[in-house]
Design a binder for this molecule. Structure first.
Ligand code: URA
Length: 434
């Protein structure tokens, strides 16, 4: 088999066989197929998609690229949560501790920043000392003790996704339904979860811009779960503006801490509670979804979710004091305000542009080898529907270097749309697919 022939066949829109997919995924994982050829294959897939059979084989080969954890010796239904990617989307760091505080076992395997969106692992690593590279024994031990552990793809668990994810991030090949579905499900299936709550983002800041595509993505992932007897419940949620106010790794950790202390933004709190409630329900810790919602609310309100998060941060080597004393988190050295020249209603905040500006300042990567700058990002000061006067601050950019600052500032300034009439309110939770 020659890689170039498979690229040509995929480019022509042909279906690849299981053996051909095995050759490609395993060859790339072991380093025999170079980045440039895999990038070409990914781009051909981006344009031509995959058949259902290809998606099933691709996901299966990705799962088998490493080990599959057996967590059956840990009592209870193991429930994870994953987002397809958004701007300011830090719900995992809130709903996971809420669910764990309610007794759910949450083995969470997450990703890094992808395209213009942030990544849970990069956010966690903004906490000084936090280690996302647990060994499988450490992961298992922490799940037993705390009911929650955060890791990324490793050389043992979903190594194919580890490599493909990093390559897609910098080759413009993220926004593909089969590539996203297989990426998410390969790591979730390898970690040994029983059920998954999926947050499929839709809108300007999401990879899926239209609800019909978000629904197709949700159905693809639910379908993979169904074939393998894993319960997947997907919420399709609005990502037309950033979630909460903070975008950027350490800034988002600060907002997570505030939210776990009942002082978070309304949209972020609401969505995190709903995701946690669904995790609690799938774990059979409540007899109905309404009861699960009440449990989630109690665990947030009585402080036990915050306590759980701090315990998990400490267990993974992080400094939990940084969650109360933000000066212990990485802090930016400069700040620039973006001000509106006209008054009116904020009618839109183009979330992808806010995410791109944050990435450009260092919150994400331009090449696979780039390091993240955990301190930088954007704090938006207004949300869609709010009234502003000429001269009001729309957002603040936090930076540590001025290299891309002007370009980022221009992008962010254009991201805010001001109109004379109040825009219609948009629902946060649009649809459930299960
Ligand atoms: N999350 C993932 O894990 N993979 C993707 O491709 C997109 C979001």
């Amino acid at each position: 088999m020659r890689t170039v022939d498979l690229i040509l066949r995929k480019r022509a829109g042909e279906e690849l066989s299981v053996e051909e997919i095995q050759y490609l995924v395993n060859g790339y994982t072991t380093g025999e197929i170079p980045d440039y050829q895999m990038s070409a294959y990914l781009m051909a897939t981006y344009f031509n998609g995959m058949t259902d059979r290809e998606l099933s084989s691709f996901t299966d080969v990705m799962v088998r690229s490493g080990e599959t954890l057996d967590l059956s010796d840990i009592e209870g239904v193991k429930v994870d949560k994953h987002s397809t990617g958004g701007v300011g989307d830090k719900t995992s760091l809130i709903c996971a501790p809420i669910a764990a505080a309610a007794g759910v076992v949450v083995p969470m395997i997450s990703g890094r920043a992808l395209g213009h969106t942030g990544g849970t692992l990069d956010k966690l690593e903004a906490i000084p000392g936090f280690n996302t590279n647990l060994t499988l024994d450490q992961f298992r031990a922490q799940l037993k003790e705390h009911g929650l552990a955060f890791i990324g793809q490793t050389e043992e668990i979903a190594p194919a996704d580890k490599r493909l994810y990093a390559l897609r991030d910098v080759t413009g090949t993220v926004e593909s339904i089969p590539l996203i579905a297989s990426s998410i499900m390969s790591k979730k299936l390898a970690e040994g979860m029983d059920a998954l709550v999926l947050d499929v983002k839709v809108g300007h800041g999401a990879f899926m811009k239209k609800q019909v595509d978000a629904r197709r993505l949700a159905q693809a992932i639910v379908g993979i779960g169904r074939r393998l007897d894993k319960k997947v419940q997907a919420l399709i949620t609005d990502m037309s503006q950033p979630l909460g106010y903070a975008v950027g790794n350490a800034l988002e950790v600060m907002e997570v801490s505030q939210t776990l202390q009942k002082a978070g933004p309304a949209d972020l709190t609401r969505l995190s509670l709903e995701l946690a409630a669904r995790m609690i329900f799938l774990a059979k810790k409540a007899g109905s979804l309404d009861e699960a919602r009440q449990i989630a609310e109690t665990k947030l309100m009585d402080g036990s979710a915050y306590k759980k998060f701090k315990a998990v941060v400490a267990a993974q080597g992080g400094n939990p004091q940084a969650l109360d004393r933000f000066e212990l988190l990485p802090n930016a050295t400069g700040m620039r305000e973006i001000v509106t020249t006209r008054g009116g209603y904020v009618s839109a905040i183009m979330a992808e542009d806010i995410g791109r500006a944050s990435t450009m300042m260092g919150a994400g990567r331009g090449t696979k080898e780039d390091a993240i700058d955990p301190a930088v990002g954007v704090i938006i000061e207004v949300k869609v529907g709010e009234k502003v006067d000429a001269g009001s601050v729309l957002c603040r950019l936090y930076y540590t270097g001025e290299e891309n600052l002007d370009e980022a500032a221009d992008l962010v300034e254009d991201a805010f749309r001001i109109s004379s009439s109040k825009p219609d309110e948009r629902e946060l939770i649009l649809e459930v697919v299960s």
